[in-house]
Design a protein around this ligand. Structure first.
Ligand code: DC
Length: 239
C-alpha cells in the first residue's frame, strides 16, 4: 500500500551502489511504500546473459561479443507484476526467468556481458522508456549517472566490504552453499573493482547523489532516513 502522507507529484528515484549492500531489497521497499514501480536493471543484464548462454553466444565461459550483439535484435525482455512477490518478475521471450537469471553460471558471465557497449545502449534505452512517466524506483550501477542524470532523487548505497561480505555469506550459508567468509569477501572486493573500472558506464557516485552507508543501519532505520529525504525533496510537510 502506498504512503498516504506522500506528495502527488511522481518522481524518479535512482538507486546506485556497490553489490551486496541491499540495494534491491531497499529499492523494492521504497517502491512499495510510495506506490511506485520498482525496476531491477541488474535483472535485465542477467536476462541478456541468460539468453546468450542459451543461444550459444557464451561457451565454456567465453563470451563471443559479436554474437551477443547479433542476438540483441531477437531478444524480448519484459517485466510483469507478481502480486505474490510484491514485485515484477522478468520474462525472457515470454517465459518467466526469475530463477534462471540468478544461477552461478549467469553471475559468472554477467560482468563481461554488461561491459559490451551495444548491450548497454539497448538496455539503457529500454530503462529510459520505462521511466518516461516517472513514479519509478530504479536500481543499478549507472542510473543516476547515465540512465536518468536528471532524476529528482539519487541514492548511492554503500557499506563496509567486510559487512557486505558477512551479509552475503549468511545468505549463501542459509541456502546451503558451502563457502568460506574469506572467499565471499574476495568476490565482493573483486566485483567492486570490476564495476568501477569498466570502460563504459562504470559505477560512480553522481555528484548530486546522497550517500547511504548502511553498514550499521537496520532496514527500518534506512526507511525512516529515506522518507525524511523524500519529503524534503518533494516539498511535502514533515510528519
Ligand atoms: O545488481 P546485480 O548484481 O543483479 O547486477 C548484475 C550485473 O549487472 C552486475 O555485474 C553489474 C551489472 N549491472 C550494470 O552493469 N548496470 C546496471 N545498471 C545494473 C547491473
Amino acid at each position: 500500500m502506498s504512503d498516504t502522507n506522500t506528495p502527488d507529484r511522481k518522481i524518479i528515484i535512482a538507486v546506485d551502489g556497490f553489490s551486496s549492500c541491499g540495494k534491491s531489497t531497499f529499492a523494492k521497499a521504497i517502491a512499495a511504500r510510495l506506490g511506485y514501480i520498482f525496476i531491477d536493471t541488474g535483472a535485465m543484464y542477467r536476462a541478456v546473459t541468460l539468453y546468450a548462454l542459451e543461444h550459444g553466444a557464451i561457451r565454456s565461459g567465453i563470451v563471443d561479443e559479436e554474437q551477443v550483439v547479433r542476438l540483441l535484435d531477437r531478444i524480448s525482455i519484459a517485466f510483469r507484476f507478481n502480486p505474490e512477490r510484491g514485485a515484477s518478475d522478468i520474462y525472457v521471450d515470454g517465459e518467466r526467468a526469475e530463477g534462471r537469471i540468478r544461477t552461478i553460471e549467469v553471475s559468472n558471465c554477467v560482468s563481461r556481458v554488461s561491459a559490451i557497449p551495444e548491450v548497454r545502449a539497448k538496455l539503457v534505452a529500454m530503462q529510459q522508456e520505462m521511466g518516461r512517466r516517472k513514479g519509478v524506483v530504479m536500481d543499478g550501477r549507472d542510473i543516476g549517472t547515465v540512465v536518468f542524470p536528471d532524476a529528482e532523487l539519487k541514492l548511492f548505497m554503500t557499506a563496509d566490504p567486510a559487512v557486505r561480505a558477512r551479509r552475503r555469506y549468511d545468505e549463501l550459508r542459509a541456502k546451503g552453499d558451502c563457502v568460506s567468509l574469506a572467499e565471499v569477501e574476495r568476490n565482493v572486493r573483486s566485483r567492486d573493482e570490476a564495476d568501477m573500472s569498466r570502460a563504459v558506464a562504470p559505477l560512480r557516485q553522481a555528484a548530486d547523489a546522497v550517500v547511504l552507508d548502511n553498514s550499521r543501519m537496520s532496514v527500518e532505520e534506512q526507511m525512516e532516513w529515506f522518507m525524511d529525504l523524500y519529503r524534503k525533496t518533494c516539498g511535502a510537510p514533515a510528519r
